[in-house]
Ligand binder design. Structure first.
Ligand code: NAD
Length: 475
């Protein structure tokens, strides 16, 4: 075991210390979970659902401790509680997906009429989940719930930046022994994550593109599937005729909710030139009205930067943009309060495609705004770059927004809003380009990806003898 610490982003104090599991310990946990998996799969989906419902109730009983742990790691209170609510609600949402799943039927063969076939779905025995720090509980559980419902055992390794929720959530798990047999969350760092990939039969990874590539290579070496949910650089296009009040509301919320520490944050805004100046003026006014949740955690909209090193990325992107000629219209300075670090919504104009703020993931409350002259130009700019997580289009009508949205190379497009995937989870989608790999984590595919399809093929006639394939008499 190796010791690691966690920092409270409101105080800057490393006031948590814990042990990272080493590979032998991860293998031990994996062996224990695997041993219970067959019985878990064998009990059927309805019975597993009851166990998960009991877990939901247990999470509610432990909500105060879980919420306090999330608050200490993320510096925000309402969003911490929303994480718990989302996980509990997801159990019923997945229950609906499972209920809609039709029982496989026998199908008569066409090529060989005496043969019929059907499908059986077999769970991957052990699913490994590796998750990031921005929504520690939500992203730790987002793949675990459907995988457990599908009949898999699940081993989660959350980010070392935000480990405090593990103990209270595992206390909630312990009160549901049937679940505790097949589910564990273990603390650790990147090396622990690698160890999880080494023991799993299927991996779900949420995190950066750089780490995602390493996970994909490691999983490929083991010939196991890796479902990757990675970073983004989401564009918003605002067309002439759009409602400016609505568009600026959506742009601001889409960019700075969770202080921009969300994969689906809007990170580039392209505005039709005739409305560009009015849009910018209104956006700056609204950005300036946003308040820090400091010193009172129950006030304001902007929480601290959770991961200290993220602050350096934000400062570097702002400095690079300024050095290349961009103007900071509001925000732009990293502020230190009580030991924590904050950044107010930062609106930038005069940005160009060569700037880091227009190319690299920001993961913070930066809003670079650019004017465009033609829709084709806006679409080309939005599609430029390595990411394709999501995007958004605002127009006078939904039809106009849809026509442009369909041209964007990204997995989820919000129309006349922005970053809708942060509040609406039902639509199935994939990450395009470097933003992800694998089937949708939402909808039916999100459940199916934990099941391997087996064919049962029955012959109702006498099996063909070898002689039926004899070369005798062939011409
Ligand atoms: P990260 O890639 O640094 O770390 C993610 C996890 O990977 C952590 O648990 C870490 O310990 C682990 N890890 C590190 N090295 C590893 C290795 N070699 N093998 C296995 N595991 C390893 O990401 P982060 O900084 O925690 O999170 C921020 C990133 O996550 C951003 O890029 C963001 O866009 C992305 N993200 C994506 C989604 C999505 O759904 N697409 C959601 C949230 C965050």
């Amino acid at each position: 075991m190796r010791t690691f610490t966690a920092r409270d982003p409101r105080t800057g104090v490393h006031d948590w210390r814990g042990q990272a599991l080493d590979p032998a310990e991860v293998a031990e946990v994996a062996t224990r979970l695997r041993a219970a998996q067959a019985a878990w799969e064998g009990r059927g989906a309805a019975s597993r659902l009851e166990v998960l419902r009991a877990f939901g109730q247990s999470l509610r009983r432990h909500a105060e401790a879980i919420s306090a742990a999330l608050e200490a790691d993320t510096g925000r209170r309402r969003i911490a509680r929303l994480e718990i609510d989302s996980v509990v609600a997801s159990i019923e949402a997945w229950a609906r997906v499972v209920a809609a799943d039709a029982e496989p039927q026998w199908v008569q063969g066409r090529g060989l009429p005496s043969v019929r076939h059907t499908a059986a779905w077999k769970a991957y025995p052990l699913v490994g989940v590796v998750s990031p720090w921005n929504f520690p509980l939500l992203l730790g559980m987002i793949d675990a719930v459907p995988a457990l419902l599908a009949g898999c055992a699940v081993l989660v390794k959350p980010s070392e930046v935000t480990p405090r929720f593990i103990a209270p959530v595992m206390a909630a798990v312990a009160e549901v022994p049937d679940l505790a047999a097949v589910f564990a969350i273990v603390p650790g760092d990147g090396a622990t994550g690698q160890a999880v990939v080494d023991v799993a039969d299927c991996v779900c990874f949420t995190g950066s593109v750089a780490t995602g590539r390493k996970v994909a290579v490691q999983a490929a070496g083991r010939l196991i599937p890796a479902y990757l949910e990675l970073g983004g650089k989401d564009p918003l296009i605002v067309l002439e005729g759009a409602d400016l009040e609505a568009a600026t509301d959506a742009a601001l919320r889409g960019s700075v909710l969770s202080t921009g520490q969300a994969c689906q944050s809007i990170e580039r805004i392209y505005v039709d030139r005739p409305i560009h100046d009015a849009f910018l003026t209104r956006l700056v006014e609204k950005a300036e009205a946003a308040r820090l949740n400091w010193p009172d955690i129950t006030a304001g909209e902007i929480g601290p930067i959770i991961f200290d090193r993220q602050t350096d990325i934000l400062a570097a992107q702002i400095a690079d943009a300024k050095a290349k000629g961009a103007r900071v219209l509001t925000g732009g300075e990293i502020e230190t309060h009580g030991g924590g670090r904050w950044l107010r919504p930062t609106v930038l104009s005069g940005v160009t495609p060569d700037m880091a703020v227009m190319r690299d993931e920001t993961f913070g409350p930066l809003l670079p705004v650019v004017a465009f002259d033609r829709v084709d130009e806006a679409v080309a700019l939005a599609n430029d770059g390595e990411y394709g997580l999501s995007g958004a289009v605002f127009a006078a009508t939904l039809e106009e927004a849809e026509a442009v949205g369909r041209r964007l190379e990204a997995g989820a497009i919000s129309l006349n809003d922005a970053a809708l995937t942060s509040i609406f989870y039902e639509a199935a989608k994939q990450g395009f380009k470097a933003s992800g790999l694998g089937p949708s984590r939402m909808g039916e595919d999100g459940y199916r990806r934990f099941l391997r399809r087996q064919a049962l093929i029955a012959n109702t006639a006498r099996p063909l003898p070898l002689a039926a394939f004899s070369e005798e008499g062939s011409t």
